[in-house]
Design a protein around this ligand. Structure first.
Ligand SMILES: [Zn+2]
Length: 388
């Protein structure tokens, strides 16, 4: 390992206690999406203390922030993504307290170099667990002119290359006509029947689509009283696929089912998206290779093959507009399952502290490579443009 990288590793060790204190306090003050005032303020104060210029309330979200440290020399602009929202009841069972601290820590480590070029950003992105703050950040152009976006996520293995499913959240409303269910049934149009037909159609459709496409729905409204023909019925669906373009096709098929179901009973149908759409995660392989190389230079050789997370992550939307990585790194023994109380406990233990140090070092070293190795950045960008 060259001298500058050894220097960054040492800087990370110097900052270890301070960064861990931020992670621990956020971990002990769990806050839900868009309410992460304590967490975003803690990270903002840490970054200000280390010379970053911090704007809070980014993209209209009170708990988002944008921190910058410029070298005042020309060069690339890299962004470390900070997450810090918790889960209801179980707190930081996804370890986002570690993500926020490691990203801020990595940025602070890099800022200590006298040879720094370009600019380092830390982007505080709220509500990953609920509606995906990064979707709003992307839509507001926060990633414009960013050359690479990096973060890590605690998990049960070291997985530098991940993909995730694209997701659309659709609500279908069927409009019928109310009438007495017995005395005047022929004057009614039964919106609930339309929903029932819709689910029958969806069950048929499920047999024709590939295994990695998922359609899951519930009925949220189905009438008010058994003696009134339901004039309104509503169903909500999550649709998922490996690629956005496949998801677009699936969405068209599902909408056709809904139209057919409505026309069978002469009802009308309208639909809209009730939550943000997530894109699939495209890991930039050149950037992930660089991250893996830095891990192995630090003695981490147990690397798992690429994985597809069966859920969706809002980093997917970031990865469509800028080369990005979302690697998993092993927390503790790797036996605790995310979104459990055990995961919350281990993210607050000395294993959490060791992982923050490792993640902070690996992210800082990778950031340094992107800032200073022109050939690497060209390769990262070439790969990214081929995606489009
Ligand atoms: Zn998570």
């Amino acid at each position: 390992m060259d001298a500058i990288k050894a220097y960054f590793k040492d800087q990370a060790k110097h900052l270890r206690k301070e960064v861990w204190e931020v992670a621990r306090q956020i971990g002990e003050h769990p806050e839900l999406g868009y309410q992460e005032y304590f967490a975003s303020n803690s990270l903002a104060s840490f970054l200000k203390k280390h010379g970053f210029k911090v704007d809070q309330g980014t993209a209209g979200m009170e708990t988002a922030f944008l921190a910058r440290f410029s070298s005042h020399r020309p060069g690339p602009r890299i962004a470390f993504l900070a997450e810090y929202d918790a889960l209801p009841v179980i707190g930081h069972g996804c370890g986002h307290n570690l993500i926020g601290a490691a990203s801020a820590g990595a940025a602070a480590v890099l800022s200590k170099s006298l040879d720094l070029v370009g600019e380092i950003l830390v982007i505080g992105s709220p509500a990953e667990e609920t509606s995906g703050g990064k979707v709003t950040l992307v839509e507001n152009g926060v990633f414009k002119d960013v050359d690479a976006a990096l973060m890590f996520h605690p998990g049960s293995q070291n997985v530098p290359v991940i993909s995730s499913l694209a997701l659309d959240a659709l609500e279908f409303t069927f409009h019928g006509r109310a009438a007495h269910a017995v005395a005047a049934s022929r004057f009614g149009i039964n919106a609930l029947d339309a929903v029932v037909n819709f689910f029958v159609g969806i069950n048929a459709l499920k047999k024709q689509i590939s295994n990695d496409m998922k359609v899951n729905g519930i009925i949220t409204e189905g009438g008010t009283a058994p003696n009134i023909i339901p004039e309104r019925a509503v169903a909500r669906f999550y649709l998922r696929a490996r690629k956005r373009k496949d998801l677009e096709e699936l969405k068209e098929q599902v909408i056709r089912c809904a139209e057919g179901a409505a026309s069978m009973v002469s009802a009308e149908m309208t639909w809209h998206k009730f939550e943000f759409s997530y894109d699939e995660m495209h890991t930039n392989l050149s950037l992930a290779e660089c991250f893996t190389r830095n891990l192995s230079e630090m003695g981490i050789d147990q690397i798992a093959p690429p994985q597809t997370a069966m859920g969706s992550v809002d980093m997917g939307n970031v990865s469509r507009v800028v080369p990005a990585i979302h690697p998993y790194l092993t927390l503790g023994t790797g036996t605790e399952v995310p979104h459990t109380r055990e995961f919350t406990q281990v993210s607050l233990s000395s294993d959490g502290e060791s992982l923050v140090l490792l993640a902070m070092q690996a992210l800082a070293l990778t950031g340094w490579d992107v800032l200073t190795n022109k050939k690497l950045l060209q390769k990262i960008k070439r790969e990214f443009h081929l995606l489009k």
